[in-house]
Design a protein around this ligand. Sequence first.
Ligand code: TMP
Length: 208
Amino acid sequence: MKRGRLITFEGNEGSGKTTQIRLLHRYLKQKGRSVFWTREPGGTRIGDALRRVLLDPSHGRMSAVAETLLYMAARAQLVEEAIIPRLKKGQIVLCDRWLDATVAYQGYGGGVDLGWIRSLGKAATRGICPLRTVYLDLPLGAGLARARRRGASDRMERKARAFHARVRNGYLKIARKEPLRFRVVRVSPQDPIASVHQKILKSLRDVL
Ligand code: TMP
């Protein structure tokens, strides 16, 4: 398996992940590092179109298998069009979500076969594995409330709390299986943004 300088971020709904990636991206640029920031699903024209389909609340009847395939399609496009060329250039790539999200949401949350997800994932990522993954673990209730305050909830945010609890347990299982790569950063709603940023830097110190 190829190991580029790919760093990925996962988090519960409303965990502040995007704010934190923005801060990290700025920090690395100020340090003179060549860094590229992207997200899943999205990051390409095709991926952005698939994101709209995936998150549209009027698509409430989407099957879990269809959902899995669409997330994988967006990922395959992003990897080929944007990530591989950046890794080849030696850039640090920060990606907001990765295959772990499909394992956690569609696999542990939605009951889709984990073996099937992993084999599709291998094709979609071309076997690229993040050097480090940071998972922001904000208590579920606080995160969902924060996500809902941001405006109309998307199709995933509208899923039941029990679903989000299974997703979180899924992420924690990944953390137990791959403790070197997958780091859990616990955050509480009162934590200042700057202190979460420091915790993230600490969890990335050896790979940056
Ligand atoms: P975001 O809110 O982090 O931008 O991600 C969009 C939503 O899509 C979020 O609810 C997590 C979900 N998601 C999956 O269910 N499976 C996936 O493979 C990915 C990448 C995201």
